[in-house]
Structures are given as structure tokens and as C-alpha cells.
Design a protein around this ligand. Sequence first.
Ligand code: PHE
Length: 348
Amino acid sequence: MKEKIQKLEQEIKEALSSVRTQEELEAVRIKYIGRKGALTEMIKSIKDAPPEDRPYVGKMINVLKASIEGRFKQGSASGAPVPAGKPSGIDSSLPGAKFDLGSKHPLTQAIDEICDVFLGLGFRIVEGPEIETEYYNFTALNIPDDHPSRETFHTFFLDVAAERHERTGTDHKALLRSQTSTVQIRIMEKEEPPLQIIAPGKVFRPDATDASHSFMFHQIEGLMVNKNIKFSDLKGILDLFCKEMFGKSTETRFRPHFFPFTEPSVEVDVSCMICKGKGCRVCGRKGWLEILGAGMVNPKVFEAVGYSPDKWTGFAFGMGVERIAMLKWGIGDIRIFYENDLRFLKQF
Ligand code: PHE
């Protein structure tokens, strides 16, 4: 049987190489792979081959058939152009097959856009791990054990052995970071000021999922440390960022707030881009939308990383990417970002 297949293969090759016209090509096709063609008959006879040979013989025939069909699809068996006046079966004036062009996920686009503004201001992008320890998520950020503000950052703890922090020699539970402020500590531990970094990434909080909450979302952290950095620097940079992000006419408002790792702390609002500050459903008739948290780095945080608070000052800020993307594009439900519904994704 194997010899028969090889013989047939040789025969078909020779037949194809002497083909000159479309009609001859068609005749070869009928003779070998037509309904009663030699190769077709051979496929039918696989069942007569010894059982142990069948898989191999079947495979050989299939490969041969596929290669011949491929030659016929090209329209010209020898690869040479079919004589003029005879249609080749291919209309080269037709437009080519269209491929769907992919695009970046809207959250990636938002992250890129936010980062671009800060890159233009001399910030550098850094990243930190999503699996963290209590030390980076809390302790070094001036949130000691049992401090009530640990409650504000609901956290997924991991069921693995505690990890020893190298420098302090203390043991800390592993967790999924609930804020990107962890990256501030990681960078300051490694590098000396001056520093100007932004850190985009995923954070996790065990919140019940609804239109505005997800157990995983994205934040972008910012940190600037140098000599003589003042609150007015924080205001100037964040005001400029909001105008770049939401339009030149955007106004900002800095409200006193509390974060353990910054002092003083603020929450930053932007004038509602939907109603231009007049009050609407999106801003709850307030005319303002809360967009980020920020403040001057608490000297306790500098002490935790070994910086002298007498020498250095700085500011930090953190913002939610989903929230910014939702406001920018008028998206009403956070869950749609994670469903990968092409009808949504194709709009970006
Ligand atoms: N980490 C804070 C949060 O998740 C945001 C923040 C970052 C506030 C840096 C101040 C400074 O809410």
C-alpha cells in the first residue's frame, strides 16, 4: 500500500508538471482527487490495509491530498502563470481579506495617558510586586499593628508563612497589596533622593462587586522627594495633571483629609466635566468629583526608609485608574472593564 501511495504521488507530480492550461489542470484534478479519482479511491481502501499500518497510511494519503489541493487552490499547478485569456480562478482586482486590528484595553490606554503627563514632568515609571507583606502595605507607611486605619484598607491576607523584613528583622504576613503606596517604600529603600516616580499597578480589596467596586482595580502612585519640596509644588503639579487629563478649563479643589503616610493630607476634586461644575447626576449635584488622594510625605515614612526628614521633603499621591477612565469616557459600570466584551472594547 505504501508503495502504491508513493507511486501515485510520483504520477500526480509528473501530471501536474506537464499541465499548461486551466482545462488540463481541471482534468488532472478530476482524475486524481475527483469523486472517482485515484487518490479518492485509495482513501476508501485504507480500511483494507493491515490495522497496524492504517494510521501511517492514512496520514501519508492526507498529506499528499492536502499538498495537491494546495496546488489546485493556487490556480496554476506548476506555479507558472496560466496562459492569458484563461481565468486563473483568482480575481486580483478584489480587495484583500481584512484582518481585525487589535487595540489597547481602555484601562491600558488610561494608564498610558496618565503616565504620559507625568513623564513630561520628569517622573519615571517604576513597578512593585502585587504579592506584598504587611510591612510594605502598612507598617512602613506609618500604619502600625492594630491601628484602626488598617481597617480602611480592607486587605486579602495570604495563607502562607510570614516573611522576615531584612533590615528591621521583623516578621510580616503576606498579602495582596491593597494600595500602590507599597512601591514608595520599595523605591526609597533602594534609592537615594532626589526621586520623581510614578507606579501604576493592580491593587486588591475584598469589596463586594457592584457598579463602582471591584475586588481588583488599578492605581497610579506618585512620589516626589527633594530638598525643599513644598505643598505648593504638590498643588501645582496635580492641578496641571488634572487640566491635561480633563481639559484646560478644569478646576481643582484641595480638601483636607487624613492618610497615615502623608501630613498634611488632601483629597483632590476636579470640577465635573459633564455639567462644568453646575451640578448633575454624575457629580451628585455637587459640581465636583473626587479624583485622587495626596499629601506631604509623613516624616515617619522617611524614617522607616532611612531618609533624614530634616534634609528631605516630598509629596505623594494615589489615584484610581478605573474611576478616572469611567469619568473620562462616561462609563457607568466598572465591571464592564473586566468582561472582555468586544462590543465594548472595539469602541476604544
Ligand atoms: N494609597 C491611598 C489610597 O489607596 C492614596 C494615597 C497615595 C494618598 C499617596 C496619599 C498619598 O487611598
